[in-house]
Write a protein that binds this ligand. Structure first.
Ligand code: TYD
Length: 133
């Protein structure tokens, strides 16, 4: 089974254009404590390469595209993020990597916790050990 869990964010568009609303504990399945965005990623650069012990996130590529790989220690799934109307949910203990950023990519991330470096698992072998693999 794929690790990719999509959320659809319907565009509340009219003749003027489009609008997407993100609501904590409604369309976004947790209380949002932090929002950040990744942009200006240089061609050929990849990001991520970590998991979190206790953090839920939703990632939405609001402009441009990138490819994301999710890994639960048993299997890897990948998805192309290329729509402001679709996000993916990333739960605890999922290794993530983002590749192939388009020049114009803006990757918006909603997070359930404040930034905490001690929540990061940045070593893939340590990730496997924490999972008991
Ligand atoms: P990092 O999480 O390593 O980026 P990615 O995994 O997406 O490639 O973050 C890069 C830097 O930004 C690192 O020094 C930590 C800092 N940072 C914050 O201060 N607050 C945040 O909310 C995030 C996500 C990162």
């Amino acid at each position: 089974m794929s690790l990719i869990k999509w959320i659809d964010f319907p565009a509340l568009g009219d003749e003027r254009g489009s609008l997407v609303a993100l609501e904590a504990e409604k369309s976004v399945p947790f209380a949002i404590k932090r929002v950040y965005y990744i942009f200006g990623t240089k061609t050929g650069e990849s990001r991520g390469f970590h998991a979190h012990k206790k953090l839920q996130q939703v990632a939405i590529c609001i402009t441009g595209s990138c490819r994301i790989i999710l890994d639960d220690g048993q299997q890897r799934s990948e998805a192309l993020l290329n729509s402001p109307n679709k996000g993916i949910v990333i739960v605890d203990l999922i290794w993530r990597e983002m590749h192939d950023f388009s020049k114009d990519c803006i990757l918006l991330v909603l997070a359930s916790e404040h930034y905490d470096e001690s929540d990061y698992i940045r070593d893939y072998n340590e990730f496997q050990e924490i999972l008991g693999n």
